[in-house]
Write a protein that binds this ligand. Structure first.
Ligand code: COS
Length: 388
């Protein structure tokens, strides 16, 4: 690998790899079948410091850098993409946002248990009619004395059922477009917060995805994250980190599919020799390896830029765009190499193929990433609705 990792980064990667292969992998396909939430493994990940990776020690995090984080996340995704998405939303979006913008009270009360892995974090911005265009969300938060009353429905919320708290965005001033959106930390069991329908998904089946319904949900004003009107920017910034996380998940799943395909190709014999001897397959393997490596380098460079405090909006989108499209190509090829065996559940590639499908969709579709990247290059921003 050309990217020079430090001893600490290699140590964290090795630790995550061992944990992933020994503890997470053996039950991953069973979880895919039963949809059982990996609560026990998440608890162990908390003990290993994987649930507050970029949070400093003073808030009970691991104080690791983003490069270490994406390496660890890729390792978890190698074994179980469902576990990885829970880790990704929790670390990249929830912990990061509270660490960056939370008050001391919020860090004490919410960040510490999140970092320990005692509770899981969720992020709720998407709504039934506001996905790619979150400015048009309709959830409202009306100020009443020392509290806000939140009303609305959020959709496709990762860990919606199992989270101990959720960062939710809502409109506090409908005259202000994106500057009228604010963010709030809402604890599980807050009256008026109802977990709605749980989706039955084609992939990531052990990670719950639910509606969250806010029905006159009263949240103390001290739970507002940042200032009134900061919610959209908080979400966008959080998604920059989140998108590097999706790149990491993509690299992990692609590597798993690739390793399975290489193993199979060496073992499977047709026409009197291993199918790995045929040039058609050898070229596929070469292309897969090249694409995975390219995605890994993009992921690492975006993570390193974040660690250096550089602007990562475009770089994070590039990493997400390329890696998520790459893993869809790689898992499709890995399945093809397995032939008929790729299509049945005795082999893990069909799970990798299903899990990868959402990566080009969530935390910003490929089309939205192209909007972000082209806006950055051309500097003459066009709204997606204007035909970008
Ligand atoms: N970091 C910080 N600020 C950002 C930002 C970012 N990554 N992206 C945008 N902003 C700021 C802009 O600078 C602008 O600020 P000003 O008010 O100072 O001008 C403001 O936010 C509004 O930005 P913009 O006008 O570009 O917003 P748009 O409504 O045009 O939307 C896209 C931009 C389409 C890129 C955005 O809506 C998006 O990312 N959509 C996808 C949402 C998504 O990923 N959903 C997945 C589910 S969430 S888990």
């Amino acid at each position: 690998m050309s990217f020079a990792l430090t001893d600490e980064q290699i140590m964290i990667q090795t630790m995550a790899r061992e944990f992933s292969r020994k503890v997470v992998a053996p039950t991953a396909s069973e979880r895919d079948e039963t949809k059982e939430f990996p609560a026990e493994n998440i608890k162990k990940m908390g003990e290993l410091g994987l649930m507050g990776m970029m949070v400093p020690f003073e808030y009970e995090g691991s104080g690791a850098d983003t490069v270490s984080y994406v390496l660890a996340l890729s390792e978890i995704a190698y074994s179980c993409a469902s576990t990885a998405v829970i880790m990704s939303v929790h670390n990249s979006i929830v912990c990061e946002s509270i660490y960056r913008l939370g008050t001391e009270m919020q860090k004490e009360k919410f960040l510490k248990p999140l970092s320990r892995g005692d509770i899981i974090g969720a992020f709720a911005m998407t709504e039934p009619h506001a996905g790619s265009d979150p400015v048009r969300q309709s959830t409202t938060a009306a100020r009443k004395g020392d509290a806000y009353i939140i009303n609305g429905t959020k959709r496709f919320i990762t860990s919606g059922k199992n989270a101990g708290l959720v960062i939710v965005t809502a409109i506090t001033d409908e005259t202000q477009r994106h500057q009228g959106i604010s963010a709030f930390i809402v604890e599980k069991d807050t009256p008026g917060l109802i977990v709605g329908n749980e989706e039955d998904k084609m992939g990531l089946r052990a990670s719950d995805t639910t509606d969250l319904i806010f029905n006159d949900c009263i949240v103390p004003a001290e739970n507002r994250l940042g200032n009134e009107g900061d919610g959209f920017k908080i979400a966008m910034k959080a998604l920059d980190g989140g998108r590097i996380g999706i790149a990491a998940q993509s690299v992990g799943v692609a590597q798993a599919a690739f390793d399975a395909a290489v193993k199979y190709a060496k073992k499977r014999e047709q026409f009197g020799r291993p199918i790995s001897k045929f040039q058609g397959l050898r070229w596929m393997i070469a292309d897969m390896a090249t694409e995975i490596e390219a995605a890994r380098q993009l992921m690492l460079s975006a993570a390193a830029m974040k660690d250096r405090g550089e602007k990562i909006i475009s770089q994070a989108s590039m990493a997400k765009l390329f890696a998520s499209e790459m893993v869809n190509r790689v898992t499709a090829k890995a399945l093809q190499i397995h032939g008929g065996y790729g299509f049945i559940k005795d082999y893990p590639v069909e799970r990798f193929y299903r899990d990868a499908r959402v990566f080009t969709i969530y935390e910003g579709t490929s089309e939205i990433q192209r909007v972000v990247i082209s806006n950055h290059i051309l500097k003459d921003k066009r709204r997606p609705s204007h035909g970008s």
